[in-house]
Design a binder for this molecule. Structure first.
Ligand SMILES: [Zn+2]
Length: 363
């Protein structure tokens, strides 16, 4: 009898163990994965098209083909006083565009570009508060686009579209202002030119890290009040959708800061049972691996320096991928055009702060 009892006890524990295992497995499977929409965008400054930066972006494309890159291209490469032919400019730009990428527009109001678009050039005030400083022989890139009138802005947008068309760069569907500058005059001009997506919104804090107390920082605080990294896409007006650059660009945010912010957003989402997370990061073509910097020790002359900005993006993607595999996260490389429409919130909201955090609150 004793022996039989022992067998029953053993069977009971074995059965309990199997049931426990089954329950925990079903719990894991039934738990819905957190969807992380990961967007990457590149600002093309209209300044340089250096071999090293383009080669690095080609390597990036080979390493991460599943990521559609949103290219905010710039027509100003075609209005520069330089040796490079229009054909050479086009072939350099196209050398980094892959089939699943998206074409957007970036504008810095460089003098030659502004004049070519039929607008009278303004030499200030710049992002730094004074007259524009010449960079590589041309000035104007530091004069905020939104300091021009709506009509003048529309001319610059319309001219850029013509240039893109002429050189087969495609029809831009989205926009980012130089220095993350847009606003109502820019949005009105964009809508008139058939562009309904802006991605100029940025958390002021990220820019302030690099340029504390600058005029640029003050402009951002006024323009993007209430924008922080929790903010997903929303309607600034009925027609215009804003896709905030909520995690900034690699020359402003390093791996440590990115992961700190990312993990905070992740934990916040998990704790409150949210189902989606919007992450938008990127880099500048001009400084992917090397760029020109004003040398303070040499009368402010330009000096070529190395950067690890694109490498940062690669490290971040790999870290986020590894985290996703371990933590029941579905990582979705995304662009603007295929972004689920129902996830775009705040329709009719005139003010960004209304939509603050709404994306995370959805469902
Ligand atoms: Zn820019």
């Amino acid at each position: 009898m004793e022996k039989t009892d022992n067998v029953y006890v053993k069977l009971f524990f074995l059965a309990s163990f199997i049931i426990f295992q089954f329950l925990s497995v079903t719990t894991v499977f039934s738990q819905e994965k957190l969807k992380v929409y990961f967007l990457l965008s590149v600002d093309w400054e209209g300044d340089t098209l250096r071999d090293a930066n383009l080669a690095a972006m080609q390597r990036f494309n080979r390493a991460f083909p599943e990521f559609p890159v949103i290219h905010f291209l710039n027509a100003a490469y075609y209005t520069k006083n330089w040796e490079m032919s229009e054909m050479e400019v086009t072939s350099r730009i196209k050398s980094v565009l892959k089939s699943n990428d998206e074409i957007g527009m970036h504008i810095h109001s460089w003098e030659n570009f502004v004049k070519a678009s039929g607008v009278e050039f303004r030499d200030g005030p710049s992002f730094w508060g004074d007259l524009s400083i010449s960079r590589n022989g041309e000035r104007g890139d530091d004069v905020p686009l939104n300091s021009y009138s709506e009509k003048e802005i529309q001319k610059q947008i319309s001219y850029s579209k013509k240039v893109f068309k002429k050189f087969g760069l495609g029809i831009p569907k989205s926009f980012r202002g130089g220095g993350w500058m847009s606003g109502s005059n820019v949005w009105n001009a964009l809508v008139k030119e058939g562009i309904y997506i802006d991605s100029s919104a940025v958390p002021g804090e990220l820019v302030n890290n690099l340029y504390p107390d600058s005029n640029l920082s003050k402009l951002h605080q006024a323009l993007w009040l209430g924008i922080d990294e929790t903010l997903g896409p929303y309607h600034t007006t009925e027609q215009m959708i804003q896709f905030p650059n909520n995690l900034g660009l690699a020359d402003y945010v390093d791996e440590i800061e990115f992961m700190d912010k990312y993990l905070r957003l992740y934990r916040q989402a998990v704790q409150s049972g949210k189902k989606e997370l919007y992450i938008h990061f990127g880099w500048h073509q001009e400084s992917a691996v090397e760029y020109f910097k004003h040398d303070e020790n040499n009368h402010g002359r330009m000096r070529l320096v190395r950067s690890d900005y694109l490498e940062r993006v690669e490290k971040i993607i790999n870290t986020v991928k590894a985290h996703a595999q371990k933590n029941n996260v579905e990582l979705i490389p995304s662009g603007f055009e295929k972004f689920p429409k129902m996830k775009i919130l705040g329709q009719g909201a005139a003010c960004a702060s209304i939509a603050r955090g709404i994306f995370l609150k959805s469902k």
